[in-house]
Design a protein around this ligand. Sequence first.
Ligand code: FES
Length: 107
Amino acid sequence: MPKITYITAAGVEHVVNASCGESAMQAAVSHRVPGIDGDCGGVAACGTCHVWVDQNWLDRIGPARPGIESEMLALTDGATPYSRLACQIELGDAHDGLLLRMPTDQH
Ligand code: FES
């Protein structure tokens, strides 16, 4: 059961015990983490689950995938090389301790 830390734009940490196999978006929404909306249900079509992966984790998480994820991120404010759509990060035990930061707002 990986423990994921979400940090809001205001610096507030929300630590969630996620389930293996769910996405980082699903874990945030089911634990009511503010700042991750997941409006499209996880099909990379809304950009309301934009997160910045902590630099110490980017090698393990990997950059945004080419195609729909990268195209969606290109439409979001504040996208960087550390940006991912949380709905496209499938969690497993190897992600225990993952740190994700969120932008001020999602749209
Ligand atoms: S939930 Fe819509 S892009 Fe991730």
